[in-house]
Design a protein around this ligand. Structure first.
Ligand code: AOS
Ligand code: ZN
Ligand code: ZN
Length: 380
């Protein structure tokens, strides 16, 4: 138990600022009474989640949604609330100029505008003490013939190279992929292989970001994670769950076993002496949109869920599993995993939180507190 507690101490999550403000589907945006209205309130909400769970010390920002005049002030504000600024996410998908692409756009003028936006984000990262730029592009085409694939690839590589070469030497560039949407015919960065190819050409500080909702049905994500870990090319995750497409649902709400198997790859990489230095730097960010759930409560629930599944992965008897693998005893190998997966880790986590003076049941504490009432009053 002591060993597991020490390992749990190293498990930190990064909360996205955008999870705390009104969001919507393609069809409508729904208002939650008391939801954060600006970046300061979003940081306050993230700080509350951290206060209740003790494992969410950083908050990711999205620019321009979170843009402020004075970045030092925002950094200080976060610090006072017990947080630091995490990944800076450039928004290259809402400006109408990007209709035909951002970093890949056929127009040099628009490409330069997109690059300038990312460079502004680099500057914000420097000012807020962040070390990560996390890039997701909506770039793609809707119809065959719309643009030339190889030309777009070349433009993308050139744009990324400019960004990478002009970033501070201790800053990381995460490249996220998604197999479709918003473009429906082709997407410029559709899969981990393309992200990897781009990252590999750029250099050591360019890494792949795996969003759990960005794959075709049936894709074996844990295998992708293992591959990227072994190549030292995994930067981080956008944790969420999906049933149909990029649903951005609460982690493990649809398929907890998949999340457990992904965490197993992380746990084994943490414990591998050749990989632990690298794998312990992998960032666990959430990227979820809570539309039918209250946002802060849903975030607390997500953290609890992720922590539980990670604790289950920590319980896997690695020696037993490897012995079974050596003998090609498939049933025994699977049972070694399932024994851990079937374990109820809630008592263990309650004990863990108690020792850290954290609420044993953060969901209950949030529900019973007057956190939302206060917010509804103050945020009219
Ligand atoms: C979009 O599908 C991606 O998951 C991005 O990470 C995006 O930047 C984020 O969801 C915020 O809109
Ligand atoms: Zn994402
Ligand atoms: Zn997404």
């Amino acid at each position: 138990m002591e060993k597991i507690f020490r390992e749990l101490d190293e498990l930190k999550f990064e909360l996205p600022s955008w999870a705390f403000s009104d969001a919507g589907t393609r069809f409508a945006v729904f208002h939650e009474e008391g939801a954060a209205r600006n970046v300061f309130e979003r940081i306050e909400d993230a700080a509350l989640v951290h206060e209740l769970t003790g494992c969410c010390p950083s908050v990711a920002l999205h620019i321009p949604w979170d843009r402020v005049e004075n970045w030092e002030e925002l950094k200080e504000f976060a610090k006072e609330k017990g947080l630091r600024i995490g990944a800076i996410n450039p928004n290259l998908f809402q400006d109408p100029d990007y209709k035909y692409g951002s970093l890949t756009n056929p127009s040099e003028k628009i490409r330069k505008k997109a690059i300038a936006h990312v460079m502004e984000c680099v500057d914000i990262a420097v000012k807020t003490g962040s070390k990560v730029i996390s890039l997701w592009l909506a770039d793609g085409t809707d119809y065959p013939g719309q643009d030339d694939f190889r030309s777009r690839k070349k433009r993308l590589e050139e744009s990324l190279k400019y960004i990478y070469d002009n970033m501070p030497e201790d800053m990381y560039l995460f490249i996220e992929y998604k197999f479709f949407e918003p473009a429906f015919y082709h997407t410029d960065i559709p899969d981990w292989g393309t992200s990897y190819l781009l990252a590999e050409k750029l250099g050591e500080r360019a890494l792949v970001l795996v969003d759990l909702g960005h794959h075709a049905q049936g894709t074996n994500i844990e295998y992708i994670v293992a591959t990227l870990l072994s190549e030292r090319k995994l930067g981080g995750f956008h944790l969420n769950n999906r049933k149909y497409a990029d649903d951005d649902l609460t982690i493990a709400s649809i398929n907890p076993y998949e999340v457990f198997l992904i965490f197993k790859e992380i746990v084994f990489a943490w414990r591998d002496p050749e990989l632990s230095d690298f794998s312990k730097k992998v960032v666990f960010m959430f990227d979820q949109a809570h539309i039918t759930k209250p946002k802060i409560l849903a975030t607390v629930q997500s953290v609890v869920m992720a922590q539980e599944l990670f604790a289950k992965a920590l319980l896997i008897d690695e020696n037993r599993l490897r012995e079974a693998q050596k003998k090609c005893d498939v049933v025994e190998a699977e049972e070694a995993l399932m024994d851990a997966f079937r374990t109820d880790v809630r008592p263990l986590l309650r004990e863990y939180r108690k020792r850290k003076n954290l609420p044993e049941d953060p969901i209950k504490v949030f529900r019973e507190g007057n956190y939302m009432e206060k917010r509804r009053r103050e945020r009219r």
